[in-house]
Design a protein around this ligand. Sequence first.
Ligand code: SF4
Length: 102
Amino acid sequence: MQSSRRQFILLAATLASSSVFVGKAQAATAVAESDPTAQALGYKADASQVDHAKFTKYQPGQACANCQLFQGKAGDATGPCPIFAGKEVSAKGWCSAYVKKA
Ligand code: SF4
């Protein structure tokens, strides 16, 4: 719990120092799994495709929709994530920056 909180604070600090807050008017494109950041974080648009051997942190049931960083509304199929500034992640996706929604 404490480490999740620390991770979230770290992420928040990182995000605050970069220009990731993109206006709503911009059309967001979906994050490609081939995107270098996506590859580094093991992002998959379908969490069931996560490389479990490489990303042992992944637990079944975890998905962008229940991640603290997901900025879509409940029920949205996709939504913005500050890790991937200006792009949208799948609500069913997952990456290793996952932080369980409080
Ligand atoms: S940080 Fe959370 S919402 Fe963003 S891609 Fe990773 S799991 Fe999904």
